[in-house]
Design a protein around this ligand. Sequence first.
Ligand SMILES: [Fe+2]
Length: 405
Amino acid sequence: MSTSQILHLSDLHVSAQGNFDRSVVLDPLITRIKEDLTKGFKPEIVIMSGDVAFSGKTEEYALAKGFFDKLLTALKLSPQDLFIVPGNHDVDCSEYAQGESLNFSDMKAINDLLENKKHRDRCFVGMDNYFQFIETHYTHLASKQGRLIPFVSRRNTRCNKSIGIVGLNSAWMCRKSSEKEKKHIAIGEYQIKNAHAELMEPGGLDLAINVFHHPLDWLWNVDERACRTYFKTLKAPELLLLSGHLHEPNAGYSSDTQGGRFYQFQTGGVYTGSEAIESYQSRFQYITIDWDKKKIRLDFRRFAGWERIWCVDAENGEDGRIEYDMAGADNKAPKTLKTPEPFPEIPENYRTWLSEHCAYMDIDKLRGKSEVIQVKMPEIFVPLFADDPGKKAGSRRNMGEKCDQ
Ligand SMILES: [Fe+2]
């Protein structure tokens, strides 16, 4: 049987405090990994898609190193089998003046900045601790272009397939609260073009893996479009994008729906706290590529709160497992997956009003097939969207708009 397997983790969020709580979650994770090995799982690489630290401090990375050592020992792998990219929490924001941010009006301005080493280095001051950690302990992850591109690597798998793994830095513009950065950050054409050129320089690959912290749709629209262009032209029959950041199990996978032939797999946060609420529970996944069957499989794992164990994550996939046709199989685009329909943006003033007056209501679950929400009186459910009897069936009115009926 010809398979390759990846252990995909993200969002470790190691802070200087909370050692005991982390041990409550992460010690059972090591136990789970060992148990999975006895059941036939055999990852040959580990990919950590960002947010190793909580605030980009040296002491946080020292603690993270201890976890990675335990993990690799359990997997019988070496440090050369671990691949890491930076996330927004790997930026030490105290290195920047309050309110300091990067704003661009066009891609050329980003490219000009990234091409200028002096200007680029100034932007990366807050990632110094991250790169020092990497350069000290994981020398195979040599950054390119002066710490702009986290790493470019090629290797042969156990079953002799050639895979290329490129780490991209989607965090270099991060300076403020995560939510405000959505659609305001960029990888930058200068970065992705150079990274792909280096990756493909020795020749074709069986599989190319692009790892970056933020999901593709978090990037500035212009940057997202540029990245898609470069992904599409990569000379590899199989292409995966691996990311993290959202900690959301329901966003565990998505196909490209805009003409590309790739899957984007987004994993949950490996440490979100022992008391994390349901949707934010700690999670990780195995990615298995079956070269003979031309299938890609995800196996989901979840930290089960008070049981203090990591279990099969039955909330994702079919009983914790989902399988896809390889995107490049027969040169067809990946079949459409069950991704939620895009939902209209909830007006900010309405969200604020709901949060203030309906404390028991989870407004993020106000969508079609979600579970029933219990609302305590005197709270009143106010539908966000309603059918207008005067319009054709299926049309919707946004309650944030003017309503004259
Ligand atoms: Fe993040």
